[in-house]
Design a protein. Structure first.
Ligand code: NAG
Ligand code: NAG
Ligand code: NAG
Ligand code: NAG
Length: 489
């Protein structure tokens, strides 16, 4: 449930000041009694004045943007791209989130006008972030997806969420890992305050946070379409039946994001601009939430959109893919991406295998055998018997199959290397690294199998067949189209 907004600053003066005194006392106690220990995680400016920005946050001068990603990885990647675009347009520093667990946070359905309210989705993401931190599984999406070229070309500025929180809320997310029971309650409270503040549960104001409440039920963001579309009705509206059934009064308007939220708008002065979900996709001739096109007049937007069409994985993953192709497959090969188990894909085995069969038969007519095939699939190797994959394995004269497992040394090494590289930990230039450069220790190695597999498929010179409707297949197609130069280097 959404906690009711309490006017805490005005009414319960006594309890609030007692809490502040107790918390400060505990903080000072631990700070001075254990100066070099892990208790040092609370910064000296622990001053989240219950729903207001700290002066430290306001003094930064830097303007930030965050958003609430959700669902699976591919979805999170497309929202990340949309967020880069928004941050670029609005000239704000993008706060880079971690990769959330598969479906840990769900949005709902825009076409059905049944989605989680932006405040609620933001706080769900925040709670999940704390959980990832506590379980030492936090990995930034920028540790997997390479945004360095965007950043070096100054198309966007980024900051890791952990760094943002330590600067802006004056508490390190690492403190979520604290074991000490006395300190833990004050830490939890401060983290909770920080989460509520940046999620907009305390409301919005002009200086601190502007939390966007408009979602895909009411708004389609557009940019710079000659100005005449701003405020017009979108072509996709809830029909009368839905309006009646759900008692909706919604009307979807097209609104210019720069005019509403950019420099010159009332929102400009807010230190933090918080979006909810940035999920968008084509729907009934329109877009669900963002409908932003390249525009020849705007060179910067043009370059930005060009760059985000395809964002590569970080070099550690790309080179693991290339290495596997070069050292293990050692020949031109074909890649098959077969999604067989998850959700909608369960019922389409026949069609999925049929596509592969056709491609392989035409390859056999053209070239020499055996045909080398790299297979990425969610069907465990032990279950291939009795499927078309089993047939391929048995036909060793014509086919030679390769696949990767998450226990393979190549995959493990890629994870070790990318953790060591720490791509996600970028500070903005005008800030001092404050509390907690080192994050909760003993990080579990991230599962990078799926990413390495995609990188292998990017190098498949004999061709590629993917599962129709799979976003992973789409990403591989993009990689093969725009980003396969790594295979040849
Ligand atoms: C964008 O923001 C940066 C940093 O706040 C500022 O230096 C720069 O002038 C801004 N650019 C534009 C075009 O407003
Ligand atoms: C925290 O507690 C858990 C079990 O309660 C223990 O396994 C872990 O080692 C402790 N960590 C630290 C840093 O003391
Ligand atoms: C429909 O919603 C309006 C407010 O949006 C409310 O006043 C009204 O009672 C609702 N009607 C029904 C049948 O739920
Ligand atoms: C895979 O095989 C195992 C053991 O033979 C079986 O228990 C399991 O249900 C199979 N899984 C699928 C998805 O077919």
């Amino acid at each position: 449930m959404l906690p009711k907004r309490k006017p805490q600053n005005r009414f319960p003066l006594v309890p609030v000041s007692v809490v502040i005194i107790v918390v400060s006392f505990m903080f000072l106690y631990y700070y001075y009694m254990a100066p070099s220990s892990s208790f040092n995680v609370l910064s000296k400016n622990m001053a989240l004045h219950f729903g207001q920005c700290s002066s430290q946050a306001l003094a930064l001068g830097e303007k930030f943007l965050w958003y609430a990603p959700h669902s699976g990885f591919s979805n999170q990647l497309s929202e990340f791209k949309n967020a880069i675009l928004m941050a670029g347009i609005l000239n704000r520093t993008l706060i880079v989130p971690p990769i959330l667990d598969h479906h840990a946070v769900a949005l709902g359905s825009c076409p059905k006008f049944r989605v989680l309210d932006p405040n609620l989705i933001r706080i769900s993401v925040w709670n999940h972030v704390i959980e990832l931190m506590r379980e030492r599984r936090y990995i930034s999406i920028a540790e997997i997806i390479d945004v360095s070229s965007l950043v070096s070309k100054s198309l966007v500025r980024v900051i890791d969420l952990r760094d943002f929180v330590s600067i802006w809320c004056g508490i390190s997310l690492d403190s979520a890992c604290l074991n000490d029971s006395t300190l833990q309650s004050s830490v939890s409270e401060t983290l909770k305050q920080c989460g509520s503040l940046i999620s907009g549960l305390h409301g919005s104001d002009n200086k601190c946070v502007h939390a966007i409440r408009d979602d895909c039920r009411t708004t389609v963001w557009i940019y710079n379409q000659g100005g005449h579309e701003d405020g017009t009705l979108d072509s996709f509206q809830p029909d009368e039946q839905l309006k009646k059934k759900k008692n909706l009064s919604y009307v979807r308007k097209r609104r210019d994001v720069f005019k509403s939220l950019g420099p010159g708008s009332q929102v400009e002065s807010a230190s933090l601009l918080a979006f909810g979900s940035l999920f968008s996709s084509p729907y009934k001739g329109s877009k669900l939430y963002m409908d932003i096109h390249e525009s020849p007049q705007d060179q910067r937007l043009q370059s930005l959109m060009e760059e985000i069409k395809f964002l590569p994985f970080v070099p550690e993953i790309m080179s693991a893919g290339k290495e596997f192709a070069r050292r293990t497959i050692k020949a031109p090969f074909f890649c098959a991406q077969l999604r067989l188990l998850d959700g909608q894909f369960k019922n389409h085995h026949k069609a999925t295998f049929q596509g592969l069969k056709q491609s392989l038969e035409s390859l056999r007519q053209k070239g020499s055998v055996p045909i080398h095939i790299f297979v990425m699939t969610d069907l465990p190797r032990d279950n291939w018997t009795g499927t078309y994959l089993g047939d391929l394995v048995n036909d060793a004269h014509h086919y030679k199959l390769f696949f990767l497992r998450d226990t393979d040394e190549l995959v493990r090494q890629a994870a070790v290397k990318l953790m060591a590289a720490g791509h996600g930990q970028r500070f903005i230039s005008n800030s001092k690294p404050t509390a907690g450069k080192r994050y909760c220790s003993n990080p579990t190695l991230p599962d990078v199998l799926l990413y390495v597999e995609q990188a292998v498929c990017g190098c498949a010179s004999l061709g590629f067949v993917g599962t129709s409707g799979s976003t992973i297949a789409e990403n591989i197609e993009l990689m093969r189209k725009y980003g396969s130069s790594y295979c040849r280097s």
